[in-house]
Write a protein that binds this ligand. Sequence first.
Ligand code: CMP
Length: 143
Amino acid sequence: MERTFVMVKPDGVQRGLVGEIIGRFERKGLQIVALKMMRITPELAARHYAEHREKPFFKGLVEYITSGPVVAMILEGKDCVGVVREMMGATDPRKAAPGTIRGSFGMDIGRNVIHGSDSRESAAREIALFFTESEICEYSLNL
Ligand code: CMP
């Protein structure tokens, strides 16, 4: 079954959106297999956002993502990388479709509430960066 990495960013935590966001994924039918609140170190931020290292917004991005706790999770489900990206909406919340998470709750590309892996390869890399094997719960749904 496919897995993806999702993180409610510091602005989402500060604004009290954690429950709303997790609830959307649960109600959609995605399975939470790992979940934790944590503070991202500058080192972890630099590794997570390595592809943006040369971008003009990189310094601000690292400052922001390390500025307060985040809620990191692994979600599991069929096609879940794509399903989560559809539910999040476009990176820039002002361009995200109404009803998506960013479209509903954001106005600023630098404060876009949530991160989700953009491919299966990114998901595998990000899951390994944020979680150890022992933090992942394997369980079947008996629905
Ligand atoms: P995320 O999905 O976490 O991946 C990279 C992040 O960089 C992105 O969300 C945005 O928060 C941020 N980002 C992308 N483009 C810009 C930009 N032009 N200015 C500021 N932040 C940006």
